[in-house]
Ligand binder design. Structure first.
Ligand code: JHZ
Ligand code: ZN
Length: 416
């Protein structure tokens, strides 16, 4: 990491509305970057750590972290996340594309753009149907993987300026996908303005974001890390899009990633009941007020302490424990709770780009999943708890031999 350049800044005003009434309600301390896995050759050097604090904007209700780490450091260099390692995500994406193709009569005359298109996991469905696509992603490894499977992808950050240059080349999209990226961009308004700039008048932006409500209700605090700058409610999103002449017309709740929203955003206002109902529900439950968030920090502490107590008991009974999923959220969990080699022998992950490296901070070694059958630890801490069903069904042999999983959220519990 380059020294001497400014690699993080602390924000004083809201990322969306620019208001200065930000109120911090959770402090996870200084943590290393969740997706910056440590190479074996770097084990001798310390990792940079950055403050991780969550705040609520009293003006527009947006929940956000207050530290912005330089995106080039977060995403561009050796970014290890490849979407295609999850069969469930691939199926979720296939269905999303198939439904839009049918509903909107997309064909050879259409253009589909995906922002943060990663390794082409979603756009490949359109390519197979003969529909022109353009992927845009700043991470060179995943972008190269997409081009290699025939998904044309430009390796770049999507910004207001980039959108302008696309538009001046005559590029305008019928559908813009942006999954799990809106929360990641430092210039939230520039990104949304860029979408407005390249969406056809009758086009739709189909955007997926993790939803704030289950994060708070199910204590999914480990999904908080420096890549995730914003944590969205429908209330905050509605305001954000309107500022750029776009309208959140339809919304669906999805179970993926611990609870997400799929947003249908258009240039023409025709707000459906789905959006009206969620706005009403959020104002009823208080998601638009700081009071709702006041107890969250205590809940997080309770979860961390409960998990540590469980691991300590198992260890003192002589149990061996591994972990599943070198997920970014896993890095937050182990670093915030202080779960290191004293508890966990190794982490397994199917992503070959992660194997052979070490989890940030706690430096747990990452191996291939067959290590579980080779060493048969007594317990496995499920760091990728959002894929629990999928992983449990893959691990039937380990479980049949007596292996058990510890699921950390919403409250730590064991499954046989
Ligand atoms: P996973 C990522 O977060 C990164 P992470 C990113 N910041 C984001 O926004 C969210 O997703 C949405 C592995 N695995 O996807 C793959 C198996 O080994 O929950 C992953 O390394 N076997 C962009 O990193 C990890 O687990 C399996 O069968 O928290 C899961 O990480 C499956 C299903 C996954 O997200
Ligand atoms: Zn705000």
């Amino acid at each position: 990491m380059a020294s001497g350049t400014q690699i993080s800044i602390t924000e004083r005003v809201c990322r969306s509305c620019g208001g200065d009434r930000l109120e911090t309600f959770l402090d996870l301390g200084k943590t290393p970057l969740a997706d910056r896995l440590v190479n074996p050759t770097d084990l001798g050097s310390p990792e940079p750590r950055f403050p991780l604090r969550l705040a609520f904007c009293r003006d527009c209700s947006l929940v956000q972290i207050t530290e912005t780490v330089d995106p080039k450091i977060l995403f561009a260099d050796a970014y290890p996340y490849y979407s295609s390692f999850s069969p469930a995500l691939l199926e979720h994406s296939r269905q999303n594309a198939a439904e839009l193709i049918a509903r909107r009569g997309l064909g050879a005359q259409s253009l589909i753009i995906e922002l943060a298109s990663n390794d082409g996991y979603l756009l490949k469905n359109y390519v197979e149907a003969g529909i022109p696509v353009l992927g845009i992603d700043p991470a060179d490894g995943p972008a190269a993987a997409a081009n290699a499977i025939g998904v044309p992808t430009r390796c770049a950050f999507f910004t207001r300026e980039f959108a302008r240059s696309l538009r001046s080349d005559g590029v305008r999209a019928d559908v813009i996908h942006a999954n799990n990226v809106l929360a990641h961009v430092a210039d939230t308004n520039g990104f949304v303005a860029g979408i407005a700039g390249i969406l056809k008048d009758d086009g739709v932006a189909v955007i997926e974001v993790p939803y704030l409500e289950p994060l708070i209700q199910h204590c999914e605090f480990d999904t908080i890390y420096h890549e995730h700058l914003c944590y969205f409610s429908v209330t905050a999103l509605d305001k954000l899009f309107r500022r750029h002449g776009l309208f959140l017309n339809d919304v669906r709740q999805l179970s993926i990633h611990g609870g997400s929203l799929r947003l249908y955003v258009e240039a023409r206002e025709r707000v459906q009941d789905s959006v009206k109902a969620m706005l009403a529900c959020e104002s009823e439950t208080g998601l638009d007020s700081i009071e709702y968030f006041r107890t969250f920090s205590t809940k997080v502490d309770r979860l961390k302490q409960g998990l540590l107590a469980m691991l300590q008991n198992l260890k003192s009974d002589g149990a061996s424990i591994a972990a599943y999923g070198a997920a970014a959220k896993g890095a937050t969990l182990i670093n915030a709770a202080g779960i290191g080699r004293n508890f966990i022998d190794f982490v397994v992950d199917r992503n070959v780009h992660k194997q052979g490296k070490y989890m940030p901070g706690q430096r747990l070694p990452i191996c291939a999943p067959d290590e579980l059958l080779r060493t048969q630890p007594d317990y496995v801490l499920m760091l990728a708890w959002n894929f629990t069903d999928e992983i449990l069904s893959q691990q039937q042999e380990y479980r049949a031999r007596g292996g058990k999983f510890i699921i950390p959220v919403p409250t730590p519990h064991v499954v046989q």
